[in-house]
Design a protein around this ligand. Structure first.
Ligand code: A3P
Length: 300
């Protein structure tokens, strides 16, 4: 009989601390040496995001593109979070993303990270791996993160919305500043050509078009029928119903507080920001987002 390792786990909320200039919690730094020494392979694909930018969505799209036809049983038996390991996450004694990634039987391996670009293990660059980066506008991103932190029992206590929003503006979130993250990766793209920088808003606007662009980047040419099938399966309502993608098997999430697949919309921030908060946020945003070549849409 298998023993559920989560039974031994002391699930509790953590504290942020400064880690080389980035706010982190120990779940993502405990295995640091092994993360830094991770040996990427040339065909590995790294899915990089700031938390809540659409990581699960893109992970599922890539998994279907690569393995949807060849191993359909994978789609009904392995949760997406196990198919696409979260490299720096280490929850002892449950396991580490590094071990999960090292044990992946697939080729290519799809690997997820929320690390800011300067923390990415150097072997990904040395091996010239492809990277898919997804970014989401700051306002919807912070709203989604707030609800996620409410439900996720290992994240720091979120507190009330107003203080949470201020902490976001100060970069005091797990994985640090949204502003530094999206800018850091955007800058990297100027010198490293194998980054496909995507936007959540574009995916909501036209998922099929974004899948086409992804295929182009990855050198894949699925049939029209396959593409249509994938586009349907990755729609919000279908992923919300699917126990392999809605994270219902994840024991650190409290679904009584919020669903993981919450709204999946562009513009939900309008239901959270007061007029005064919005003005303050916009003012601060202009100061932090100096590179005007990186533009986000907060409505579509
Ligand atoms: P909301 O909280 O705004 O609903 P991540 O996977 O990076 O944690 O991101 C989660 C966010 O992506 C959640 O946002 C979730 O609902 C949204 N999401 C996931 N799959 C989606 C889909 N197929 N369509 C639209 N949004 C999706």
């Amino acid at each position: 009989m298998s023993v559920d390792p989560y039974k031994k786990l002391d699930i509790r909320r953590t504290q942020l601390f400064d880690f080389h200039g980035v706010s982190m919690t120990h779940y993502f730094t405990d295995n640091w040496e092994n993360v830094q020494n991770f040996q990427a392979r040339p065909d590995d694909i790294l899915i990089a995001t700031y938390p809540k930018a659409g990581t699960t969505w893109v992970s599922y799209i890539l998994d279907l593109l690569y393995f949807g036809q060849t191993s359909p049983e994978r789609q009904t038996s392995i949760p997406i979070i196990d198919r696409v390991p979260f490299l720096e996450k280490t929850i002892l004694p449950v396991g580490s993303g590094v071990d999960l990634a090292n044990n992946l039987p697939t080729s290519p391996r799809l690997i997820k990270t929320h690390l800011p670009v300067q923390f990415v293990p150097k072997s990904f660059w040395e091996q010239s791996c492809r990277v898919v980066y997804v970014a989401r506008n700051a306002k919807d991103n912070v709203v989604s993160y707030f609800h996620f932190d409410r439900m996720t029992q290992i994240q720091p206590e979120p507190g009330d919305w107003s203080s949470y929003l201020h902490r976001f503006m100060e970069g005091k979130m797990v994985f640090g500043s949204w502003y530094d993250h999206v800018n850091g990766w955007w800058k990297k793209k100027q010198t490293y050509s194998k980054i496909h920088y995507m936007f959540f808003e574009d995916m909501v606007e036209d998922t099929g078009r974004e899948i086409d662009k992804l295929c182009c980047f990855l050198g894949l040419s699925p049939s029209a029928e396959e593409k249509k099938q994938i586009t349907g399966r990755v729609q919000f309502d279908n992923m919300k119903k699917n126990d392999m993608t809605n994270q219902s098997t994840n024991p650190i999430l409290d679904f009584k507080i919020s669903p993981f697949m919450r709204k999946g919309k562009v513009g939900d921030w309008k239901n959270h920001f007061t007029v005064a908060q919005n003005e303050e946020f916009d003012e601060d945003y202009k100061k932090k987002m100096k590179d005007l070549s990186l533009q986000f849409r907060t409505v579509i």
